[in-house]
Design a protein around this ligand. Structure first.
Ligand SMILES: Cc1ncc(COP(=O)(O)O)c(C=O)c1O
Length: 417
């Protein structure tokens, strides 16, 4: 007879009482960079705008060099980076852009702001990343671009997606918001598709103050257009003297760039540490039967923004939700699901966009595209079967051990015999 320890959720002693260490993002190096910049701005009369300073210029050069692209242009957020990348395509209202359904709203809203229709293709049930077969099915004569998100740090399978894009003359925008320094076939994500977008907001692997973003590309014209769009259509690299086209002000400030530059130098270590911790957890729970690390496809190196754990609820007496709550009660930071299916949200589901117009779906020719907002069953199943762990580089062997112990304890209590 198996001896089962009483779970904390049922009044037993938790595996861990002491809080898991918080993620500390900003260190003395960032502090020094900010104070130095502050002194410079006070002496020069500057106000942290990039014009008049050098931090944003340097950050862009360093970021491009890091990712391995010819160009980078900084923006005020990841949403702004996606928007600027998309705007380089000068799409027509009603054009279609394919996106995965499980992503941040900030990766989809720019499609609609550009008057285009987001079309959701289904994902691999274990990685949450775009399934090329589903993408192929959703391509229509109006499709212009794919937004390929590398979710939770894991690169999407880019090769078949790029092949599809070549066949149908589509632009591939890589959304690297959650995948800084993730690698696909030995190359860092961002510079593999036509254009890449990063979020540098405070929770990401590398940050630029509270908010920030970066667009990277090897295509010079795309670079200039992203830079122009992110600065109200200013005529950079043009013989025209007035604003060229409709844009927005998405500029990054000197303060954000000063922090971002220091952070970028720390990035390889941050990602390496997360990889080591993930591997160590996988090893420690290898014998468990109802829970394991989510799949990582061949030829990629995940950057583990967070960890997906796949829970086999059919072998448990409880739901995945209850399983996660029991692990939480043991004192470990797990979340019951990553429930970010974008088309479930009212703004998209009910087309709450431009007044009551229903624009851009109201464009008659797109009744068919609107029907494509059908649920993506794999995405639904992926959300239903995974829990996530907010692992970060500040964890030590102790946190990994405690998590493994908690998972084992909860499995033993809930596993069906
Ligand atoms: C996959 C993805 N894309 C885009 C964004 C938007 O980035 P931001 O919050 O910097 O605007 C996020 C933000 O979390 C994200 O996770």
């Amino acid at each position: 007879v198996r001896t089962v320890e009483k779970l904390a959720v049922e009044g037993g002693t938790p595996v861990r009482v002491e809080p898991v260490p918080p993620r500390i993002v900003i260190g003395v190096e960032e502090r020094a960079a900010v104070l130095e910049l502050l002194d410079r701005e006070m002496a020069s009369g500057g106000g942290f705008d990039r014009y008049g300073g050098t931090e944003v210029d340097c950050f862009e050069r360093e970021f491009a060099e890091h990712v391995g692209t010819r160009f980078a242009t900084a923006t005020s957020s990841g949403t702004a980076a996606i928007h600027s990348a998309l705007a380089t395509l000068h799409l027509e209202p009603g054009d279609e852009v394919i996106s995965p359904p499980v992503t941040d709203a900030g990766a989809v809203m720019p499609i609609v702001w550009q008057g285009c229709i987001p079309v959701f293709a289904d994902v691999d049930e274990e990685t949450f990343n775009l399934d090329p077969y589903s993408v192929a099915e959703r391509i229509t004569p109006r499709t212009r671009a794919l937004i390929v998100t590398h979710l939770a740090g894991q690169p999407a399978d880019l090769e078949p997606l790029l092949a599809l894009a070549r066949r149908h003359q589509l632009t591939v925008i890589e959304d690297c918001a959650q995948a800084h320094d993730a690698a696909y076939h030995g190359k860092l994500v961002g510079g593999i598709g036509h254009i890449g977008a990063f979020s540098l907001m405070s929770g990401k692997h590398t940050v630029a103050g509270g908010q920030g973003g970066m667009v990277v590309t090897n295509d010079e014209e795309m670079y200039w257009n992203a830079k122009r769009f992110a600065d109200r259509g200013k005529p950079f690299n043009s013989t025209e003297s007035k604003n060229l086209f409709l844009g927005l002000n998405y500029r990054m400030t000197e303060l954000e760039a000063a922090i971002g530059r220091v952070q970028l130098r720390k990035l390889p270590e941050v990602v390496q540490r997360r990889r080591t911790l993930a591997a160590s957890l996988a090893e420690r729970i290898a014998d468990l039967e109802t829970v394991r690390l989510g799949k990582v496809i061949d030829g990629v190196e995940s950057a583990y923004w967070f960890l997906f754990l796949l829970v086999d609820a059919l072998r448990l007496r409880v739901t995945k939700q209850r399983f996660a709550e029991a692990v939480q009660a043991e004192g470990l930071p797990v979340t019951p699901s990553y429930d970010h299916i974008v088309y479930d949200a009212p703004w998209l589901r009910d087309h709450q966009t431009f007044g009551h117009s229903g624009y851009p779906w109201s464009i008659a020719a797109h009744a068919q595209a609107a029907e494509n907002l059908e649920p993506c069953p794999n995405a639904r199943r992926a959300v239903a079967s995974h829990i996530l762990v907010s692992l970060h580089e500040g964890w030590t062997k102790r946190e990994v051990d405690d998590l493994a112990t908690a998972l084992r304890k909860v499995e033993q209590a809930f596993q069906v015999d």
